[in-house]
Ligand binder design. Structure first.
Ligand code: HEM
Length: 484
């Protein structure tokens, strides 16, 4: 019986302070044992040592760390009433100027969520499909050039150009076209500095950037100014569009139009800060997550030729010479590609850790959780547990398609233990878009190219690093044009 099962059956709840955990130093706790860039790996190591409920303290905060999928799901579902995102995340995001849906809580979150959901729902993705094709064709052109010249592709950087272009087009109707830009575009250069800073500050024991600013801290206001200038540009342009086409106020074509129309309606409660916070949140939440998932998936397929051949067979038969899927119906027929994506997210979840703060005294899996307590939910241990999946470390997409059900049915089973997009009322609203992007890029890649090599500089497996999202370090790819 695991510790969670024992505590869940106990009559008297266990106190967090009575749980096991790594020994720390007086006052400093476990602070010096934690390498922030590998935080998730360290926490998973401790879960193997101390079980599925343990405690650590990172100055000045104590955390309950949970990895049992049922316990994790019960916390994630008990939002927004029982749990919220951490006060620290909200404070740091507000300071950096992007209090959007991801970091907001309470009334702010409640008024923002329906609008963001509506902007990213499947009907919007369907209406957006022609643009998705256009961006994917541009991306194919870029990779064709690389295949013809034999040049190595910086995988993560290229994938981020794709995801930023797609997100900006869907959420703001902006064609920022970083894919065809010779150099990294201004906005992207600055965006790439913000997420690591957010992650570092959230887990920093005190506001070190205020008292002992590093060179990166000193450069941050410049990055933020540049980003806010770009965001203000999107907002000003949308204001003009709404003025020229007032009908859009009732039937907005994208997220920014919906938010600005709401901001101007009396009593909506939507403010200027809500609009700009969410413009930035969309760019940040939509960029790394999908790009990193694609990078891991491409690496895993390179290492698993049988799965790759099968997925390529499916894509080639479906596309029949086209560069990418031509409509959502075709996208829906890529079952093997989708199964590969879920298998990659099972093994390499780009959000391996979700932090929650208790809003009131409660009990989780037999553990007493006082108001204000911080819970780190580890998302991977249950997904790689042999009790849930045989040969759990093996990349085997057939797990998602065997048994006759579709991947979607497998994912919506109440017993699911793989939660790459989280769970409950705060589940990722970008999941339909993310899956559409993943299937578009993979079908395009597998049908038009042969993956000649995917490699790191030192020839080894890519290391996992975390900076809000978890990414592979230094992956490059070489392509050849497909011969058939
Ligand atoms: C493979 C790609 C993606 C993954 C794995 C992913 C994963 C996640 C996870 C784990 C959460 C936290 C959920 C929770 O607390 O239960 C989240 C939240 C969120 N995601 Fe995603 N995401 C992806 C793509 C996207 C995209 C493309 C967008 C938008 C363009 C997006 C926007 C958001 C937002 C706004 C939230 C905050 C939701 C809330 O707190 O109410 N995500 N995502």
């Amino acid at each position: 019986m695991s510790l969670i099962e024992e505590t869940a059956h106990a009559l008297v709840p266990t106190k967090i302070s009575d749980l096991p955990g790594p020994r720390g130093l007086p006052w400093l706790g476990n602070t010096l044992q934690v390498d922030r860039n590998r935080l998730h790996l360290q926490l998973e190591d401790w879960a193997r040592q101390y079980g599925d409920a343990y405690t650590i303290s990172i100055l000045p905060r104590r955390f309950l760390v949970l990895s049992n999928p049922e316990a994790v799901a019960s916390v994630l579902r008990d939002r927004p009433e029982g749990f919220r995102r951490s006060t620290r995340l909200e404070q740091v995001s507000t300071e950096l100027g992007f209090l959007g849906l991801f970091s907001a809580n309470g009334a702010t979150w409640k008024r923002q969520r329906p609008m963001v959901l509506a902007g990213l729902d499947p009907s919007h993705i369907k209406a957006f499909f022609p643009t998705l094709i256009q961006v994917t064709e541009r991306f194919a052109k870029r990779w064709r050039k690389a295949a013809q010249s034999g040049e190595a592709i910086d995988l993560q950087a290229d994938l981020m150009r794709y995801t930023v272009d797609v997100t900006a087009a869907l959420a703001f109707g902006e064609d920022i076209n970083t894919i065809e830009a010779e150099h990294e575009q201004v906005i992207q250069q600055h965006l790439n500095q913000v997420l690591p800073a957010l992650f570092k500050r959230v887990f920093s024991p005190f506001d070190s950037w205020k008292y002992f600013p590093t060179a990166a801290d000193k450069a941050m206001p410049g990055h933020l100014r540049a980003i806010h200038q770009a965001v203000d540009g999107f907002i000003a342009k949308t204001a003009r569009t709404l003025q020229e086409q007032p009908g859009l106020r009732e039937r907005p074509a994208n997220l920014i139009q919906a938010m600005m129309a709401a901001r101007d309606r009396e009593g909506s409660g939507i403010t200027d800060a809500d609009v700009s916070g969410n413009v930035l949140t969309m760019l940040l939440a939509g960029e790394d997550t999908t790009a990193n998932t694609l990078a891991w998936l491409i690496w895993l397929l390179h290492r698993n030729p049988d799965a790759r051949r099968q997925a390529a067979g499916e894509a080639r038969a479906l596309l029949a010479g086209a560069t990418c899927p031509r409509n959502v119906e075709e996208l829906g027929q890529l079952d093997l590609v989708e199964a590969c994506a879920y298998e990659a997210m099972r093994l390499k979840p780009v959000a391996p850790l979700i932090v929650n703060e208790a809003l009131k005294d409660t009990v989780v899996a037999g553990i007493e959780v006082p108001a204000g307590a911080l819970i780190m939910c580890l998302m991977r241990p249950g997904a790689v547990d042999a009790r849930n999946f045989p040969a759990p470390q093996q990349f085997d997409p057939a797990r998602w398609t065997s048994g006759g059900g579709s991947v979607t049915q497998a994912m919506s089973s109440p017993k699911r233990v793989v939660m790459p997009f989280g769970a409950g009322p705060r589940i990722c609203p970008g999941r339909y878009l993310a899956l559409a992007e993943i299937k578009m890029v993979m079908a395009m890649l597998l049908a038009n190219f042969e993956i000649a090599d995917v490699f790191t500089e030192d020839g080894g497996d890519p290391q996992e690093r975390i900076s809000l999202t978890m990414y592979p370090v230094g992956l490059s790819m070489r392509l050849k044009l497909a011969t058939t």
